[in-house]
Structure formats: structure tokens, C-alpha cells
Design a protein around this ligand. Structure first.
Ligand SMILES: [Zn+2]
Length: 418
């Protein structure tokens, strides 16, 4: 028997993870917690202890690299409880034929009935057992998810490619171009976490005035505006700072995330009341990612790996503030069972686009020669660019895309379906 303390720890750990993951899984957190309590004996089972496996998830080569042998079977090993909860929620989403009614169902009784009648359920009286746990431990406390939906995030690559307003220049680099690259990577990474992202400009040729940037955030009803900039001062100045007007907590978290990810000097979160972007939209922060005037930092910022670190740090800070799960960057090879992809393809198909789900919901089965046909069905290249589903226009026009590119295109397309 689990002790009172073990029970409380289990509920808190799984409950907070399930809540953070709700924007992606759309399965009521109270149910996930009750399942974990029941199936892992409040995290005391051997599988929970040795493999962070709370739900008896069998190992498959596509799912986790490591496996654990127990009672003659191979079980999936997760790095954390969070990772296990994400996988478990993803499972329901990957089986739309059985669980589409469960996804998004906010009526607890209805959701439990759907589970009880599903093929996953081999347990007599499963609904009753879960119900009892939910009542006993007041697990609906985690279901306060009315407002939990993908955030709308507007990312603003500072400046533009214009002689008057390209921002800072130095060490052969231009602020507007660097900011654009970082912004595009940030968009991709936040979208991988289930958020819906937009850019204020998608190319160096696009012109947009300073005041139009926060204006666009208002029009979109954005939850957050992130303006991306590069600093400039003397050649000795270095480090990262995040500017805010009202969003102090967020700015501090993002700054810390960026500094930890890169090892750059921490110049801190700073309040500014004189900046157009911050004044024009309340829920905004402005990142100064490093100094273009500093040879060492400029050199780092020109490297893709360093930009990745910056982006990871930004995402970490935003995820902490808004309490969503960061997608574990799975090593996606073509054989990986890919819940996000099959979810996206299914969503696209049910939205009325006539695509063959089986050809596109697994990278293993994709055929690149059929991609032009796919693009047509999705509305054509021009439409996809206009809708900001495609940001790297040259890649798609040149036909040099890979299966991974097709995967992220489909996921973005499905995200835009709302
Ligand atoms: Zn700037």
C-alpha cells in the first residue's frame, strides 16, 4: 500500500504534468491522474520506479530507445514522468478511430464512458474505479482547463532590410537578417509545442512599420508578442538582455532560459517605457540576443547551433511562464511512430482536404514524388505562403524539400486549422 505522502506526490506530479500537456492532448487531466494512480500504484510499481512508465506502455522500437524487461514483457522506458504523460496523451490522439470523442470532451462522465467502452479497456468496472479515485482525491482540481488552448504568439523579427531601418550592423552581419532567422526558428520550435505562431514579416524585402507590429498583435488577438533584436554598442559589450514594460516575470524567465542555454553573459530583464513595440501591446517582450558589435558574439550568432540554443532558451522561459510542456525533441527518423504527424494528417483529412491519410501519416510511407499533388490539395504554394504555413519559400519552389519538411508542413497546416 502506498503511504499518504506517496499518494500526494503522485497526484501532484502527474496532475501538473497532465495539465501542462492539456493543450496538446485535450484529455481531461483528472482522468490521466486517476489512471496513473490506478495503474502505477501511486508511482510505487516496479515499472513506475524503474522506467517512469505509469500506464503499462509496451515498448516499441518507434517509441523509446530504451526498454525494461518485466514479467516476460518489454516495456517503454521514459526519461521522466512528464515524457510518459505526453506519450500517453499522444496515444489517444494517434487513435482517432477509437478516441476522437474523448479528445476535447470536458464532461467527465462522458469522457469516462468513452474510455470504458474503448478497446484499450480490458478492465472490468474501469469507469467505476477511475470515478472513485477522482472523487476521493478531488482530481477535478486539475481540470480547470477552460482557458487552456494553444496560445497565439506573434513573433516580430525586428527592423527590416531598408537602408534607414535595418537595425544594427557589425562584423559583416545585419540585425534585420539575424533577427529574421532566429524568429523563424523560434516559430517552428513553439509550433512544435502546440502553440500557434505568426510572424510580423517573413522576408527581408517585406516592409512593415514599427507601429504596425503591435497593431498586428492586437488584430490577431495575440496572447504574446515577442520582438527579436540584436544589440550593438562598443566592441567589448556582450550578453543577453530582455526588455519589458509590464511583463517582468516573463522577461526574467526568458532571459534566464537564454543565458542558461547559451552560457552568454546575463545583462538581466530591464524595464523600458520608451519602446514602440512594448508600448503598443501590453503582453510583449523584446529580446536583445547578443551584441553584433562584439566580434565573438557576432560570430556565435552567425552559427546555426548557437541560434538553436538561443531559441531553446526562449521557448523554455515562455513555457515556464505559460505552463505548457516543451516537446521533447525526439530524434525523428523515418520509422518513428509519429503521433504529432498522424494527428495532423487526420485533422487535415477530416477538415475536408481529400488526402490519403495512410500515405502521409508516417514518414516511412511518404513518397516525395507525390508532394506536388499534396501541395495542390492543400491549396497550392501561393496560398500556403500567404497563410504563413510555408515560410521557406525557396525550399518549396526549388523542390529540395525532405520528408521532414513535409512533416512539419502538414503539422503547421493542421495547426492553422485551429
Ligand atoms: Zn533592434
Amino acid at each position: 500500500m502506498a503511504t499518504k505522502k506517496e499518494i500526494a506526490i503522485c497526484i501532484e506530479l502527474v496532475g501538473s504534468a497532465a495539465k501542462r500537456n492539456y493543450a496538446r492532448s485535450k484529455v481531461l487531466p483528472s482522468i490521466i491522474v486517476a489512471q496513473a494512480c490506478l495503474e502505477s500504484g501511486y508511482l510505487t510499481s516496479e515499472l513506475a520506479q524503474m522506467a517512469n512508465n505509469l500506464f503499462g506502455i509496451k515498448w516499441t522500437a518507434h517509441q523509446t530507445p530504451k526498454k525494461y524487461f518485466y514479467k516476460g514483457c518489454e516495456w517503454a522506458v521514459f526519461n521522466s514522468i512528464e515524457e510518459c504523460v505526453i506519450q500517453h496523451g499522444g496515444y489517444y490522439n494517434s487513435k482517432p478511430h477509437y478516441y476522437s470523442a474523448l479528445i476535447g470532451e470536458k464532461d467527465l462522465d462522458k469522457a469516462l464512458t468513452i474510455l470504458d467502452e474503448s478497446p484499450y479497456c480490458a478492465d472490468e468496472g474501469y469507469k467505476g474505479k477511475l470515478s472513485k479515485l477522482i472523487k476521493q482525491y478531488d482530481l477535478t482540481q486539475f481540470d480547470d482547463v477552460k482557458g487552456v488552448k494553444p496560445m497565439k504568439i506573434l513573433i516580430d523579427p525586428g527592423h527590416r532590410n531598408n537602408a534607414q531601418d535595418c537595425g544594427a550592423v557589425g562584423n559583416g552581419l545585419k540585425e534585420s537578417a539575424l533577427a529574421l532567422e532566429i524568429s523563424k526558428m523560434l516559430k517552428e520550435e513553439l509550433e512544435a509545442c502546440g502553440q500557434t505562431c505568426y510572424l510580423t514579416r517573413r522576408s527581408e524585402n517585406e516592409t512593415i512599420s514599427l507601429s504596425a507590429r503591435p497593431q498586428k498583435a492586437k488584430q490577431l488577438g495575440a496572447d504574446l508578442l515577442i520582438s527579436v533584436h540584436i544589440n550593438s554598442a562598443s566592441s567589448a559589450a556582450e550578453g543577453i538582455e530582455v526588455l519589458y514594460k509590464t511583463q517582468k516575470d516573463l522577461a526574467e524567465k526568458v532571459c534566464k532560459g537564454m543565458v542558461e542555454a547559451t552560457g552568454a553573459r546575463n545583462r538581466g530583464a530591464k524595464q523600458r517605457t520608451d519602446l514602440g513595440v512594448l508600448n503598443g501591446f501590453d503582453k510583449s517582450i523584446l529580446l536583445e540576443c547578443g551584441f553584433i558589435s562584439n566580434t565573438k558574439e557576432a560570430n556565435l550568432m552567425s552559427q546555426k547551433d548557437y541560434k538553436k540554443k538561443l531559441v531553446k532558451g526562449i521557448v523554455k522561459g515562455v513555457a515556464q511562464e505559460f505552463e505548457f510542456s516543451i516537446t521533447q525533441n525526439q530524434q525523428l527518423d523515418e520509422t518513428t511512430e509519429d503521433i504529432d504527424l498522424s494527428k495532423a494528417v487526420h485533422k487535415t483529412a477530416v477538415s475536408g482536404v481529400e488526402i490519403n491519410e495512410a500515405s502521409w501519416n508516417h514518414m516511412n510511407r511518404m513518397k516525395l514524388e507525390y508532394v506536388p499533388g499534396l501541395l495542390k490539395k492543400l491549396g497550392g504554394l501561393d496560398y500556403l505562403i500567404e497563410e504563413e504555413v510555408i515560410s521557406n519559400e525557396e525550399l518549396w519552389r526549388s523542390g529540395k524539400y525532405t520528408k521532414k519538411n513535409v512533416r512539419s508542413l502538414l503539422i503547421k497546416y493542421a495547426n492553422q486549422l485551429g
